[in-house]
Design a protein around this ligand. Sequence first.
Ligand code: AOS
Ligand code: ZN
Ligand code: ZN
Length: 388
Amino acid sequence: MTTLSPGILAALEKQAIELPSWAFGNSGTRFRVFPTPGTPRDVFEKVADAAEVNRLTGLSPSVALHIPWDLVDDFGALRRHAEDLGVRLGTINSNTFQDEDYKFGALTHHDERIRRKAIEHHLACIDVMDATGSRDLKIWLAEGSNYPGQNDMRDRQDRLNDSLRQIYAHLGDDQRLVLEYKFFEPSFYHTDVPDWGTSYVQVASLGDKAVVCLDTGHHAPGTNIEFIVMQLLRLGKLGSFDFNSRFYADDDLIVGAADPFQLFRILVEVVRGGGLNNPDVAFMLDQCHNIEAKIPGQIRSVLNVQEMTARALLLDRDALAAAQRENDVLTANAVFMDAFSTDVRPALAEWRQSRGLPADPMGAYAASDYQTRIAADRVGGTQAGWGA
Ligand code: AOS
Ligand code: ZN
Ligand code: ZN
């Protein structure tokens, strides 16, 4: 059995992966959303489910919220609820994609009333962050156009910059603005923040408290994502990951499911660039469980990240550097593939057990009565879902 060195275990022990509250609600495609028994009716129940993932894995000490989906009157009470369950409230995600007013843009809109409204929404999110103790305001914008000529793309960049500046000015000393990019959808011709370069240009102009969010599902097929990870780490601007995986578009499937090797390559660059367990680089999931059970879906996800992190940490960097210096292409590649091909699951299971965690968190959840209990308890009300 492969053993993991004390240094590797120490790095793994510090790993923290933030769960998205919306992963516990129902989600689907535009064709159908399938409800499931036990789905949370409110954010208190979402946080309880997230805490269950953390209890079984020790990997997910915080939960990201989405405003207004998770809006409550008393965020202090939600914060205490989370802390009682051993987790804390994390990143606050803004939402400018579900309001009639934002049909043609929000932070980029030429109508000053609408742009003001979108800016105010972000200031309200900062108020929420003050109450929840959250550090990060994550902004993903569904803005763009569908037809050439529809909009002046350059004016929109200028207005976006002005809007972001106004939001940035309201951040507390320990708070950050994290700008996520996505190459298309819901717009199909142009998107106002389509790529890491645009996000970087925008946040770099704001200041040190503005950084980039890299969602692994937001690139064109074939994009070398680990190169972007390397570059953003090199520039000190990689603020967070939204981990998930994709086959075609923004599929939001379980991280590491579609392409485990890509996840490995990304984590190799994270380790190489000092991004692992670095408080400036937040590891988050951005996933939806349309057909699979949600809590085990999240357990599987954090375990996948842990497993690939262990493999990335196993990479023999001295041997790799030596082969690279010699231009020994095949040895360098073999060293790289050796780490990827190592089965670390038995060693991780043993290590988990030594820390009082279940060796097999998936099995432990299946054997527990949590799912039966929530299915029995959570009757009445409206199940939470993506978009509510
Ligand atoms: C949308 O595609 C993005 O990935 C965002 O991170 C979004 O806020 C998240 O999916 C929740 O809706
Ligand atoms: Zn995302
Ligand atoms: Zn997305």
